[in-house]
Ligand binder design. Structure first.
Ligand SMILES: [Zn+2]
Length: 287
């Protein structure tokens, strides 16, 4: 399971005007599987909810079919395209269900209907076993971008280290498209506050310890912030995309991504990498 921790609205996931793009494999088994997933969701979700197939995605929600199509065209398709250009070479060969809930109440109702346990602390969830995203879109479209990143990363790199999975997903909570509309550029967001507090306390852990962290715990807020801002740091040095690909290439031997990081940074001195990251953090303007 991968979670987006609920926080202030994760607002500016702005989208360019692009034509609807189908990233999946057309026809064949995937199409049949999408229809089956759609039928199952229609049976499980409340009667008034709608379902729409946009292969490889199966959208559902407590909104109209037209609104679902708009979410696909304006957010899901362009975000997926950018992610496939920047990071993900493999396209989904299974249906990716995306359920959009318009309120806290609808979000709780959805989780109940699908047999998920209460997750009121979270704004969204991606279930690896179900290939299913559930998002409370009242928290902002950034939550959708977070969980969509998890869903597509799962297709491309199933062994992606958890810290990089969460860092990449969290980076896209607050992002904008490049001028040509084909790249996502992460921006600063509300997670900086917990990171700066950890630095002031002198409790910020090393990148090696972060790579070994488990994120499914109550006090993971600093880990999320650390991962996100480390990705932002790499992005600003034009190293994030090569780092992701290097981690994927080295995945059989480099389980946490640290060897890939030292290769990319041109040093085996991890204390130096931590120091450079901390120095960069101090240059950031306060939000
Ligand atoms: Zn997550």
């Amino acid at each position: 399971m991968c979670y987006a921790i609920a926080g202030p609205p994760s607002g500016t996931h702005t989208t360019p005007l692009l034509p609807a793009i189908n990233l999946g494999h057309s026809g064949g088994t995937l199409n049949v599987d999408c229809r089956r997933t759609a039928d199952n969701l229609q049976q499980q979700l409340p009667n008034a909810w709608h379902v729409l197939v946009k292969e490889p995605f199966v959208l559902a929600g407590d909104c109209s079919t037209e609104q679902l199509a708009r979410y696909h065209q304006e957010t899901i398709a362009p975000t997926s395209l950018a992610l496939s250009i920047q990071y993900f070479d493999a396209h989904p060969t299974w249906p990716v269900a995306i359920i959009l809930c318009s309120s806290d109440q609808a979000y709780r109702e959805c989780n109940r209907s699908l047999g998920e346990r209460e997750r009121s602390d979270y704004a969204g969830i991606y279930s690896r076993s179900e290939h299913r995203v559930i998002v409370n879109v009242a928290t902002g479209e950034g939550t959708l971008a977070h969980e969509l990143t998890h869903a597509l990363a799962h297709v491309d790199f199933p062994e992606l280290p958890e810290w990089l999975d969460e860092g990449l997903a969290s980076l896209h909570e607050e992002c904008e498209f490049s001028a040509d509309g084909i790249r996502l550029i992460g921006l600063q967001n509300w997670r900086a506050a917990s990171l700066k507090a950890a630095i002031q306390r002198g409790t910020l852990q090393s990148i090696v310890d972060l790579a070994g962290s488990r994120f499914a715990k109550a006090d993971a807020a600093v880990d999320y912030a650390h991962s996100r801002y480390f990705c932002l740091y790499l992005q600003q040095r034009n190293l994030l995309e090569p780092f992701y690909r290097k981690c994927r290439s080295n995945s059989k031997t480099d389980h946490g991504g640290i060897t890939s990081l030292t290769q990319l940074m041109g040093t085996d001195d991890l204390r130096k990498i931590d120091a450079q990251f901390s120095a960069w953090l101090r240059t950031l303007k306060a939000d």
